[in-house]
Design a protein. Structure first.
Length: 210
């Protein structure tokens, strides 16, 4: 039996292919990394959290960690709120807009964009997400390289990763918060993001120096 599995949860409009490099790097780090894919537009955060619970139940390992990018992080937080009895493990959120997403709120003013974002807005990108109460290590990584679609909308608070403001990523009762000079999608390609994610999953803290 595998001792430790890491479940990766993608963000809005993605399927998991975007996390392929991160997944490979976590495997090289010694983890059995698995991808969870879900319909980010067609179903809301709570429904997708229930699907994540069903997926997690199929995994045979005493320790199960979770890594979520953007909206995927909200799905993970909802999982722990709705299904608090989980196996031991740690959680890392990458660019997750816990405090709601300024860019999404701007786009939601327009009917066409509301349709494109679909159910992800409900209990998710507009705020009002799940409270973190789990008794386990939660690490959050935020980007500070402002390259992304949110810049075209204007008004995204600084510092930001081009889509999500650093302030929007802070989760009350989180264990640790780290900023890296990466963009919202670029953090998935970043070797440093992978290194820090691996460090947190192993030790419950980020590395502040090499």
């Amino acid at each position: 039996m595998v001792k430790e599995i890491v479940v990766l949860v993608h963000g809005l409009w993605m399927t998991g292919w975007d996390m392929l490099l991160l997944r490979c790097r976590l495997r090289r780090c010694g983890f059995d990394a698995r991808q969870f894919s879900y319909p980010s537009v067609r179903k809301n955060v709570r429904e997708n959290a229930a699907a994540l619970q069903r997926f997690a139940q199929t995994l045979e390992a005493p320790t199960v960690h979770f890594v979520g990018h953007s909206l995927g992080g909200l799905v993970i937080l909802q999982l722990f709120q709705d299904f608090p009895t989980q196996r031991p493990g740690r959680v890392v959120l990458l660019g997750t807009p816990y405090g709601g997403c300024h860019a999404a709120r701007r786009l939601a003013r327009y009917a066409l964009w509301r349709r494109f974002m679909g159910c992800s807005l409900e209990g998710g990108l507009l705020g009002g997400g799940p409270e973190w109460r789990a008794q386990r290590d939660l690490g959050v990584i935020a980007g500070t390289f402002p390259l992304g679609g949110g810049l075209w909308l204007g008004g995204v608070p600084r510092p930001n990763d081009g889509t999500i403001a650093v302030a929007e990523t802070r989760v009350p009762k989180m264990t640790a918060h780290l900023t890296l000079p990466v963009s919202h999608m670029g953090m998935l390609l970043s070797a440093e993001t992978a290194r820090q994610t691996c460090a947190f999953l192993k030790t419950g803290r980020f590395e502040t120096s090499r």
